[in-house]
Design a protein around this ligand. Structure first.
Ligand SMILES: Nc1ncnc2c1ncn2[C@@H]1O[C@H](COP(=O)(O)OP(=O)(O)OP(=O)(O)O)[C@@H](O)[C@H]1O
Ligand SMILES: [Mg+2]
Length: 263
């Protein structure tokens, strides 16, 4: 079991993001500790996905800084940030639907190798060794996520819940230090949600990976998160343990959409 330390895996300081007249994020700050399962929740349009896009370099914040293990990564490219060890999944599944499960996982491991696999190309020396290492790592992920029986199937033909698991596998193939999951249980039935929640917990406990999890509602997050930050209209309105968040007046108001008088 992974030991949670006080060391900071990820830190946001006064991060803002503006799109024309829309201020999607307003001076948001928080720290994610090494080994922690951290959740980001909030209503539609609260700025959750935008925050992920800032962390992994797709967007450059208009204000503030982002640190990965103490290093300022605010100006780094998405490629560099991924290479340093921050992986993510997307709110809408972003897999290659006409390719097999195995090839999708190999692409996560190394886009260049993946391309070779696609071409059916030849591998010599170093490339061959890397290919073998990649295949070994992928086999471990296949075991871990219990997707052996789907390995040769075309991704587009698989049930939605399994596709989500493949996407998770592809992110894990990068051997990330921090894994950002954007609504990994959205659109799932309750059995699929439970499976996914268990895999996310295992990623933290068995692999020791720091996880930041976005969820639209409080469902799964309340069960598995160590700490939660709540965004509403781009502003951080609460931060704390699941128990504290469930009892927080501002959070209840944000979710019920009431001005005052929430229980
Ligand atoms: N590229 C963009 N250009 C303009 N506005 C954007 C862009 N991306 C996000 N926004 C706006 O920023 C705000 C936050 O959007 P974001 O997608 O981050 O919310 P969210 O919390 O992920 O919502 P959801 O729960 O629906 O996924 C919204 O008002 C959205 O319209
Ligand atoms: Mg979103």
């Amino acid at each position: 079991m992974a030991v949670m330390s006080q060391a900071s895996a990820l830190e946001l300081r006064g991060v803002s993001m503006q799109f024309g007249g829309v201020q999607a994020i307003k001076k948001v700050g928080f720290q994610v500790r090494e080994g922690e399962l951290f959740a980001l929740i909030g209503p539609n349009g609260a700025g959750k996905s935008t925050l992920f896009n800032c962390i992994n370099g797709i967007y450059k914040p208009t204000e503030g800084s982002i640190f990965f293990r103490g290093r300022d990564i605010t100006a780094f490219s998405p490629f560099k940030i991924a290479h340093m060890g921050i992986a993510r999944t997307f709110q809408n599944i972003a897999l290659f639907h006409r390719m097999s499960v195995l090839d999708n996982l190999l692409l996560g491991r190394n886009p260049v190798l993946g391309a070779g696999v696609l071409r059916g190309g030849l591998f010599f020396g170093r490339a061959l060794r890397e290919e073998l290492e990649a295949r070994e790592a992928i086999e471990k992920i296949i075991d871990f996520l219990e997707i052996e029986r789907f390995r040769k199937q075309i991704v587009g033909s698989l049930p939605f819940g399994i596709q989500r698991r493949i996407e998770l596998g592809r992110a894990l193939a990068m051997k990330p230090k921090v894994l950002l999951l954007d609504e990994p249980v959205s659109g799932m039935n309750s059995e699929e949600r439970e499976d996914m929640a268990r895999f996310i917990l295992d990623i933290k406990e068995e692999l020791g990976t720091t996880v930041v999890l976005i969820d639209h509602d409080m469902g799964v997050v309340m069960d598995i998160a160590d700490r939660i930050v709540v965004l509403n209209f781009g502003i951080k309105i609460a931060e704390g343990t699941p128990e504290a968040i469930a009892a927080d007046r501002h959070v209840i108001q944000a979710y019920l959409g009431e001005e005052e008088g929430a229980p």
